[in-house]
Structures are given as structure tokens and as C-alpha cells.
Design a protein around this ligand. Sequence first.
Ligand code: BEZ
Length: 373
Amino acid sequence: MWGCGDNFPVLFPHPARPSWRSCRRCRSQRRSHCCQDRRLRRPRLLETTHSVETPYGSVTFTVYGTPKPKRPAILTYHDVGLNYKSCFQPLFQFGDMQEIIQNFVRVHVDAPGMEEGAPVFPLGYQYPSLDQLADMIPCVLQYLNFSTIIGVGVGAGAYILSRYALNHPDTVEGLVLINIDPNAKGWMDWAAHKLTGLTSSIPEMILGHLFSQEELSGNSELIQKYRNIITHAPNLDNIELYWNSYNNRRDLNFERGGDITLKCPVMLVVGDQAPHEDAVVECNSKLDPTQTSFLKVSNLLRGKLTEAFKYFLQGMGYMASSCMTRLSRSRTASLTSAASIDGNRSRSRTLSQSSESGTLSSGPPGHTMEVSC
Ligand code: BEZ
């Protein structure tokens, strides 16, 4: 196993790497025979899974696509009860998402013990805290020789990426934080958690974290699917350890105008009626309004999230308007003019979507502008 900071095999050709060791994927000892060699590469989606040793144990991640010059990698971190596939496949394999992601290499990190086929940790294993999970990310980036990222995190993953961004602000160009709760559990939360634990199983408690009560009582096919995945997960004991780390998280202590704040553009996203709605709203109030967008999205309207993600990347200068659909372009034009009419781009942006009209509205809070199409 290659340790963090080791001289690792060349995953992607890079002039700064003098030495070549055998490829982890095809085990070739010769660069010219390696599956990563451009000439041997088949024109299919490149997907490679790797593990690195870190001071807190091994971490597994999967890379899709090839690095694009002068572009950050998109790095994702999943929520409790899921792995990168069950968390992000529905979003990243969504048709409209392709025009975005083809412009970026993606690194999907699995929390330890959550990767497919992960063995159950031995009894007494000390699972890393969320802060320690964040401290594993530099080893992943060092292994890949990537210098900056755009982080996309859900729930516990959003917390981990925020902690990473607080510790390494220069390496994070942007963050998409879905259903984040940046607060430690208070004693009231603990009491409620303990009471729920008396009557509910771990899978049910995790489902209560992932979905709203309305969604759970609706018991749709989606809920049944996730209930089935979690209840029958062979690594359920590992999942419980990640769940415990999440519940023992420290407060991120975001402070508007203070030293502890996210310095990069942030898109906060919360599902309609999600259990974390209040936490995300409070988080929005603590972050820099000039850098933060807030989007409330119905789970059913995943297209809106994709569209907002495009705007977010475009705001960072990464999506040429030629990449936008005709519809998106007309909306973007409206949003741009709204910003200039308002004469003040340095205010918090609220993106909210109306499920009836299907329109996306944008503008500063209290001045939400409805953009029709
Ligand atoms: C991706 O293309 O980045 C991706 C593909 C499958 C699952 C998750 C992500």
C-alpha cells in the first residue's frame, strides 16, 4: 500500500514525476504498456479505483475522466448510509449533467469501510472522526497530484468538505453543500436521539437523517430501495461507525465576518422539507453573503440542481455560455441583467424553484426575481 506522501505510481502523466513504479490498476511495470498510456486508452469513460494510506487508515476513491488543464477536480463526499455510487450516481449520470462533468475530472471519495465490498472493521476499531476524515483528503489529492478542487458534499460529506475547506482554503475553489448541518448536537438533540434509539433501528435512524418524515411515510419506491440497501448492507456495522462519528461532530463555528468562514463561493442546497432545512438556513445566515447562494430544491426536480450547478460553475468562469442549453442561456441573460439592474452583485443570492411553474428564480433575499422561460 502506498503511504500518504509516498512516491506513487503515475496515475496521469505529469512532468514533475520522475519515477515510475508499477501501475496499481493493470500492474504493468512498464509505462508504455500501462492501461493509463494515452495510446492504449480506449475511448470509454475512464474509471479507476484507488486506495491510499493516511494517518487515520486507508481511504478508497474512484476517479472518472481525465484531468483538464487549469481546471480543478470535482471531489465528492457522500452522506451516512451511502457510498459514492448510491449517493452521486443519480446526479452525475443524469443526462443534463454530462455537459458539465465532461469538462472536469471527478474524484469520488468513499468514507472508510463504505466502499463496495468493504470488509467489516474488527470489534473495537476506532473509526475516524469527521475532522479526521477531512484530514485524509490531502493524501488523496497528493496521490493524484491535484492542487485544487470544487467540492460536492451531502450531509456528513458536506460537513467533511467544509472542514477541509476551513483547513485548506487555498485548495478549494468552490463548494456545493447539500443538506449540511454545521452544528454539533446540543443536549436536546442528544436526548431526542437517545429516545429515538430506544424504538428505532440504526437503518431507520439513518433513513430519518436522509429523508423527511413525509417522504418516509409515503414509502415510495425510492424509499423502499434505500431502506433495502441500508438494512441489508453487509457493512452495516461500518455504517453505524460513520453514523456515530457524524453524531459526535464538533460545531464548525461559522461566523459571518469572522475568521472561521468559507472563503470560496458556496452553493448551499436543501431538499424541500428535508430534515435539515433549518440547519441549512442558519448556515446560510452565517456565511459570507457575497460568496453564498442558497437553493431549495424538490427532490423530484433534479434538473434544477443540475442547472444551478451550471450557474455556479459559470459564475466561477468554468462554463462557457456555449455549453449552456438555449433555455439556460436565456435564463442566464435574465439573471445577469437582474444583477446589473440591482447594481449590487455583492449580496447573497437566493435561488428558489417553484414546483408549480418549474421556473428558477434568482436575486438577493427579499428581492427574489422570478425568471420565466
Ligand atoms: C461520474 O461520472 O462522475 C460518476 C459516474 C457514476 C457514478 C458517480 C459518478
